[in-house]
Write a protein that binds this ligand. Structure first.
Ligand SMILES: Cc1cc2nc3c(=O)[nH]c(=O)nc-3n(C[C@H](O)[C@H](O)[C@H](O)COP(=O)(O)O)c2cc1C
Ligand code: SF4
Length: 424
């Protein structure tokens, strides 16, 4: 994947924390990773201890990059405080969100950073076994991770055994408790919570599960310190984020996975990193991630951060961006997204089955010119379903649909046509 030539420097450090400025085409070798300081953070943590490491991660204000932006230090404190004869750590690389390739890219090119981060999570929480969780169709990342694991094990760098596990190629298999079920050999479906994985996770033992990007950041933090990480980004959003920019008819000229610091604007990301839209297209809106809400192009100069996007009703999610141009069919896009969630929901919770099926039904009625009333139905359905599922897919499915109907209200009204005459 191609990346931009030069990124701005924010604070004292270059914003290239995960992807080196000059990327190598294939997987990074152990020698190359060590040449840029790899595994020194782990050595330092083993000398200074778990409390020191948790303190650095707390100082860094790192939040999880798996989509929910949960503070990493808080998750780790819970797992560290739990008493058990055995604890586990899991690196979640179960990425299957359309348009997002960052975890695949990271594991395929920089598996050592993920392994070091996983080992650090284990040191911080007292785990004695780690799992790198990937999905079955990830051939390149799997081969790179296996090679990196062989190298790190042979060099005696890892404090405990790490196993690579392949989950099924479904979206919901990336949900943390579905991933734990998959590792246990059960169907990859989310568990009802509580208990949370930090209390009773893998095989009932306290388990810390983090996204692979989160863990690669941890490796950087252990090497450079939490304060250096917290110096990058904005007030509430620290460090860098990996973005996947789309190509094709409604994409940018240089699609790929890019690393940019929080505080970068959407315009800087799309024009600077991505080289601008494909010729002849005008941007109307963007979807920061499939499971977030649409953002109008009038917000292109808003810095990307949790605190700036929250008031606009959206979030950076996992950074797999979708663009809406003057040539996009917004109703068809909403149908496609709704169909994805309908197909991918796992069927355990009746409200989720009902919501995702009904979204498709209502949106298809718009396409079939069946008249107004769809926006109210969608809004009510989303409100009724909120918090009624074992996992947050139920809310994720609603966010893009509800926002599409609002933001592209004219397109929807035109597609739906006038009110239908009744028989009465
Ligand atoms: C339907 C669904 C799919 C998910 N897929 C992923 C995924 O592929 N990778 C991931 O890291 N987190 C995924 N998550 C979020 C995880 O449940 C969990 O929050 C995350 O792995 C925690 O890591 P973090 O704190 O480092 O972000 C998903 C959540 C849901 C509800
Ligand atoms: S909310 Fe949906 S996807 Fe999540 S467990 Fe329930 S049915 Fe499955």
């Amino acid at each position: 994947m191609e990346r931009a030539a030069k990124a701005p420097t924010i604070g004292r450090v270059s914003p290239h924390l995960l992807l080196p400025e000059r990327p190598s085409p294939g997987p990074e070798s152990l020698a190359n990773y060590r040449a840029r300081g790899g595994y020194t953070g782990l050595q330092q943590a083993q000398q200074k201890g778990a409390a020191w490491l948790r303190g650095e991660v707390a100082t860094s204000l790192l939040r999880g990059r798996g989509g929910a932006a949960f503070p990493t230090a808080r998750k780790w404190e819970l797992a560290a405080a739990a008493t058990a004869d055995q604890k586990f750590v899991v690196a979640n690389g179960g990425e299957h969100e359309p348009g997002s390739h960052k975890d695949r890219y990271l594991v395929e090119h920089h598996a050592h950073a993920v392994l070091e981060g996983l080992a650090l999570a284990g040191v911080a929480t007292g785990a004695s076994h780690g799992y790198l969780y990937l999905i079955e169709d990830m051939h390149g990342p799997r081969a790179a991770a296996e090679q990196a694991l062989r190298e790190a094990t042979a060099a005696g760098l890892l404090p405990f055994p790490i196993t690579i596990h392949l989950g099924p190629t479904t979206y919901v298999a990336g949900e943390e408790t579905a991933a734990l079920n998959a590792i246990e050999g059960k169907p990859a479906k989310p568990r009802k919570k509580p208990p949370f994985p930090g209390e009773a996770g893998l095989f009932g033992k306290p388990t810390t599960i983090n996204n692979t990007e989160t863990l690669a950041h941890v490796a950087w933090i252990a090497r450079h310190g939490g304060a250096a990480f917290a110096a990058i980004g904005t007030a509430e959003s620290k460090g860098t984020l990996l973005f996947t920019l789309p190509g094709g008819e409604h994409g940018v000229q240089r699609p790929g996975v890019y690393e940019r610091p929080f505080g970068t604007t959407w315009r800087q990301l799309l024009d600077g990193a991505g080289g601008g839209l494909v010729p002849g297209r005008t941007l109307r809106a963007l979807l920061p991630a499939m499971s977030s809400a649409f953002l109008s192009a009038q917000h292109l100069d808003v810095p990307i951060a949790y605190e700036t996007l929250r008031p606009l009703g959206t979030s950076p999610g996992c950074g797999g961006i979708r663009l809406v141009t003057d040539a996009s069919d917004t109703v068809a896009m909403a149908v496609e997204i709704a169909e994805f969630f309908m197909k991918e929901q796992c069927g355990q919770c009746p409200p989720c089955r009902m919501e995702t099926n009904q979204f498709v039904h209502i949106l298809k009625a718009v396409q079939q010119k069946k008249g107004p009333g769809y926006d109210d139905k969608i809004q009510k359905l989303a409100e009724f379903s909120r918090k009624k599922g074992f996992c947050s897919l139920i809310e994720m499915a609603a966010a893009p649909v509800v926002s599409a109907v609002k933001l592209f209200a004219d397109d929807f009204a035109k597609a739906a046509g006038p009110a239908q005459p009744t028989d009465a």
